[in-house]
Design a protein around this ligand. Sequence first.
Ligand SMILES: [Zn+2]
Length: 349
Amino acid sequence: MIEAYCLAQRPTAKEHRAFWCHSAFGIEPMTWDEAIRHLKENGFTAILPNMLWGGVAFYDSDVLPVAAAVKEKGDQMAALVTACKKYGIECHIWKVNYNMGWATDRGFIAKMKAAGRTQVGYDGSANDRWLCPSHPQNQKLEIESMLEVARKYDVDGLHFDYIRYPNSDNCFCEGCRRRFEQEIGKKVPNWPSEVRTDEQLSEKWLDFRRRQITTVVAEVAQRARKIRPGIKISAAVFRNWPSNRDSIGQDWKLWCDRGYLDFVCPMDYTPSNGTFARVVNQQLGWAGSVPCYPGIGLSTWSDRTNVVKVIEQINITRELKTGGFTIFNYAEPEAEEVLPLLGRGISRN
Ligand SMILES: [Zn+2]
């Protein structure tokens, strides 16, 4: 019955059909060539592979430390980009910003911490894996690492993720205090509680945080488009913009309004179709004229092979006329069990 349901689906023309891929090595034991061909054969148009983090790159980088595994397995970006060109799949390189990542050299993390470049929480606790967004050298590292990708590889796009603070309790490091005080032109004697208790100061603080993030998005967008004309800038964002702009400093409606983003992918990971439809409808309003390709949370559901629900949510994106969608995540068993069933109906070539 599931197969019959999948076969009964119809494709629509001109649809952006994408998968995020969290592994820089694709789907082992498939090669990147095989993984990209599999997407093409099943009617997908784009991939967003995670090739760099705050503190590690899975290719030959001059800006970030290169992951140890690249030595034995080779430059992953080169293999990926070659395959995407061969099969005509759009390649949008996904960076996990600020978060240094699981494969990051411990020495690099220690060096960042010693230089005062890692985050500190409201309660003074160290958040060593996250780079402080207000530190000028960290902003430079975020920007230059993404521009290097545009410069060295024939990619279709750059994709931001974790382009935000981890939560409202970060970052309260000494550098954030100093830079904030400098900006408002006065000391904050009761740091950090005063930025929460004093209403005017609180507004300025939230604005200060938002701008640290926005400045990175703006500069990458402007400079990448000069380096590689036609490149598309996109971001994976939290689903509730009005509250997220305060809590995590992620002002993505502004990024759409100002044209920094060419498309946006809110991570609408819910098994509830009703919730999915409601949030996508809101997000289309915030995105305005910028395409919004909602994230479908397949791999976050209790059944990672629930192809019926994927189809239901794709059909919701069609009813709401988003023009496309982005599925999390291209891995096993999604590639083996879900994608071929999509390819026989809803995304058929
Ligand atoms: Zn800080």
